[in-house]
Write a protein of this length. Structure first.
Length: 235
């Protein structure tokens, strides 16, 4: 499975320069960059939400030609917002990610992946922000899509679950799936990414394994920080 986003000279909301992005099966790609670098725009463009869906190719087929039912099995996107206005049970909210909402096994499997089954019967709008984040991730993967695009899935989570979410996603891609996620924690990205994609000012400036893409010089240029004995510091 290869997903291709091809911008072909199109500026997405004025924030994203023309770029090609190919995602490979079995890969956890982590997207990093300063605020306003274009991470969200790139994820939304790759999901066909912004820009021209004709530029998105899934398994050799343009996204615009993929039926809604098949699309749910091929691609899922979850944004950074944790706001939910619906007084649904968490389990019912996860079911919204399925074309058949009676597939209880998939719903329970998705909840258990993020240890969220224990509050599956509670209203999602009454969960803590961190609990809600895990339910939203369960919804994103409940149809077991080949590709998942997640904008800041580790935000609002404690350190245990920041690492836990990334480990869950690594386990998910082992079966040949693909994940592209954005994070702000450089250490988390450097430690867990198969592929590190660094963005700055609307363009990809580096795309390689973390050891090559996350060099001290590049991190300094893009983020204006450097690591010393006490951690990351501004330069």
């Amino acid at each position: 499975m290869t997903v291709l986003y091809r911008a072909q000279g199109l500026l997405i909301a004025g924030r994203l320069e023309p770029t090609d992005l190919r995602l490979k099966s079995g890969e956890l790609a982590i997207l990093v960059g300063p605020n306003g670098a274009g991470k969200t725009s790139l994820l939304r463009a790759a999901a066909g939400i912004e820009g021209d869906a004709e530029d998105i190719v899934l398994a050799g087929t343009p996204l615009r030609k993929v039926s809604p039912a098949r699309r749910s099995r091929l691609l899922a996107f979850a944004g950074a917002s944790r706001d939910v206005r619906w007084p649904l049970r968490a389990r019912d909210y996860v079911a919204l990610g399925l074309t058949s909402r009676s597939d209880h096994d998939r719903i329970e499997r998705a909840l258990k992946r993020f240890s969220a089954e224990k509050f599956g019967s509670r209203r999602i709008d009454r969960l803590s922000t961190g609990e809600r984040s895990r339910v939203m991730l369960a919804r994103a993967i409940v149809a077991e899509p080949n590709v998942i695009l997640l904008d800041e899935p580790c935000s609002n989570l404690d350190p245990y679950w920041q690492v836990g979410v990334v480990e869950c996603l690594r386990d998910y891609v082992r079966s040949g799936k693909t994940a592209l996620i954005s994070v702000h924690d450089l250490d988390l990205a450097l430690a867990h990414a198969d592929r590190l994609i660094v963005m700055d000012r609307g363009r990809i400036v580096s795309d390689a394994p973390p050891a090559d893409a996350g060099t001290e010089a590049l991190i300094g240029d893009v983020f204006s920080v450097a690591r010393n004995a006490s951690g990351w510091n501004r330069i």
